[in-house]
Design a protein around this ligand. Structure first.
Ligand SMILES: C[S@@+](CC[C@H](N)C(=O)[O-])C[C@H]1O[C@@H](n2cnc3c(N)ncnc32)[C@H](O)[C@@H]1O
Length: 367
C-alpha cells in the first residue's frame, strides 16, 4: 500500500516494511511471546494490505473556517491532517473528501464538529457526526440532504444525544461453510474492523468444531460468531454487556431464522456467577440454566482479556475457543488455562496490516 502520510501519521507504525516482512515480523514476535507455552506452529491468515478497514474514526481539525480530518502523528502530541486514508474500505476512502467539502460549506454542520466515524459493509455506509454542541432540528434539516447526495446513513451524536436520520444500523453478510448469513450491525456497538479477516476467523473456528453438544459464549457482540457456529450445536447460551449489541443479536437471529440461541445482556462475570449459583438475577427469571450441557466455550474478550473468576469457571469444559485482539493478555490467560488444557490449534489473523496489532485464535482441549 502506498500512502502519502506514511512516516507522519501515527496509525501505520510498520510503514517502512513491505507486507511480507510485516508477516514475518508478527510471526517472529508471537513465536517469542508464546515460546514458553510450547506452541509448535501458527497458521497465518494474511490480509489485503490496503482498503481493509471497514470502520474508522477521525478527529476534525478546524482552522480559519476550514476543516480537515486529523489523526495522531508518529511524534507524540503531533496531529497530522489528512484528506484520505488508503487503508479504509474503498467506499469510505472515496467518500471522505467530498463529504467534508459539503460539511464545510454549511456552518450548522461544520461548527463544533469534533469527529467523524465511518462504518462500511458490503453495500452500506453509516456515518456518525460527533459534535460538541446540542443537535437541533436545524442541524437535522442541514444533515438530511447528505444522505441522498452520498447514499449514506447519517447519525448525529453530541453529549447524551443521538439523532438518527434514517436508520441506526447497516446490513452485512458473511459466508461460512458455503452458507450466507445476514447481519444488522448497530451504530455504537462493536464490530470486527476487517470484514475479510472476520470471515476467515469464523470459518477457521467452524471447521475445527467437533463433538458438539451445547455452546456457551461470552462477549458475543451482535452474534457475529454465534449465529454461524450455532449450526453445529444443539443449544447456545450467549452473553454480552452492550444493550445495543444484544438488540442486534436478537434481530440477527430473526433474520437468519435461528431459534436455538438464548442471548443474555449480562457481563461475563455476572453470567459466571449465575451459572455457579452464587447469585440470582431478575434478568434470568425465565431462563433455565440447568438445561445446558456445554461441550464448548467460545470467548472473544476485549483487550483486557478475561477476569480471573470467568477464566477459572470456563476451565471445567472440554473445549475452549479463545479469540483475542491482545497477545499480552492472551498469553496471561493461556498460562492459566494450559495447566488443564493443551493447545490444539493456534492461528494469527492479520486484521491490521501496517500496525503492530495482531488477532489470535486458539483452540484448547482438556488434558
Ligand atoms: C472483541 S468484542 C467481540 C464481539 C464479537 N465476538 C464479535 O466478533 O463481534 C468484545 C465484546 O465484549 C463485550 N464486553 C466487554 N466487556 C464485557 C463483559 N465484562 N462481559 C460481557 N461482554 C463484554 C463488548 O461489548 C464487545 O461486544
Amino acid at each position: 500500500m502506498e500512502c502519502r502520510y506514511f512516516g507522519q501519521c501515527g496509525s501505520c507504525t510498520l510503514f517502512d516494511m513491505p507486507y511480507e516482512k510485516q508477516v514475518e515480523h508478527k510471526k517472529k514476535y508471537c513465536s517469542a511471546l508464546f515460546k514458553s507455552l510450547h506452541v509448535k506452529d501458527f497458521e497465518f491468515f494474511t490480509a489485503s494490505s490496503s482498503h481493509y478497514r471497514s470502520r474508522a474514526e477521525f478527529r476534525i481539525w478546524h482552522k480559519d473556517g476550514h476543516i480537515s480530518y486529523a489523526i495522531g502523528g508518529i511524534e507524540k502530541k503531533q496531529v497530522v491532517c489528512i484528506e484520505n486514508c488508503p487503508k479504509v474500505d474503498i467506499k469510505i476512502d472515496v467518500l471522505m473528501s467530498p463529504l467534508l467539502q459539503q460539511i464545510e460549506q454549511n456552518a450548522m454542520l461544520r461548527e463544533k464538529l469534533f469527529a467523524i466515524e465511518f462504518l462500511a459493509t458490503q453495500n452500506d455506509i453509516l456515518v456518525t457526526l460527533i459534535y460538541h454542541k446540542p443537535l437541533s432540528q436545524e442541524w437535522e434539516s442541514a444533515a438530511l440532504p447528505l444522505e441522498s447526495i452520498f447514499n449514506i446513513h447519517i447519525i448525529g451524536r453530541s453529549h447524551k444525544v443521538r439523532r438518527v436520520l434514517s436508520q441506526e444500523f447497516v446490513q452485512d453478510n458473511v459466508v461460512v461453510d458455503g452458507h450466507s448469513y445476514i447481519y444488522e450491525i448497530i451504530e455504537g456497538g462493536f464490530s470486527q474492523p476487517n470484514r475479510a479477516i472476520n470471515t476467515h476467523m469464523i470459518n477457521w473456528v467452524y471447521q475445527h468444531l467437533t463433538h458438539c453438544k451445547d455452546l456457551l459464549e461470552l462477549y458475543c457482540g451482535y452474534g457475529n460468531f454465534t449465529i454461524p457456529l450455532s449450526q453445529k450445536f444443539h443449544k447456545v447460551l450467549a452473553t454480552e454487556i452492550s444493550k445495543s449489541s444484544i438488540k442486534s443479536a436478537l434481530k440477527n437471529c430473526e433474520l437468519n431464522k435461528v431459534e436455538h440461541i438464548e442471548f443474555l445482556r449480562m457481563s461475563a462475570e455476572e453470567l459466571t456467577s449465575a451459572l455457579k449459583k452464587e447469585r440470582e438475577f431478575y434478568r434470568l427469571k425465565n431462563i433455565d440454566l440447568d438445561i445446558y450441557t456445554f461441550s464448548h466455550v467460545f470467548v472473544d474478550p476485549p483487550r483486557a482479556g478475561m477476569d480471573e473468576k470467568s477464566l477459572e469457571f470456563i476451565s471445567q469444559f472440554e473445549t475452549i475457543i479463545y479469540i483475542s485482539c491482545n497477545p499480552i493478555t492472551l498469553k496471561r490467560d493461556l498460562e492459566f488455562l494450559t495447566q488443564k488444557f493443551t493447545i490444539e490449534h493456534f492461528a494469527l489473523f492479520d486484521q491490521f496490516p501496517h500496525t503492530e496489532h495482531i488477532e489470535s485464535g486458539v483452540i484448547l482441549k482438556k488434558i
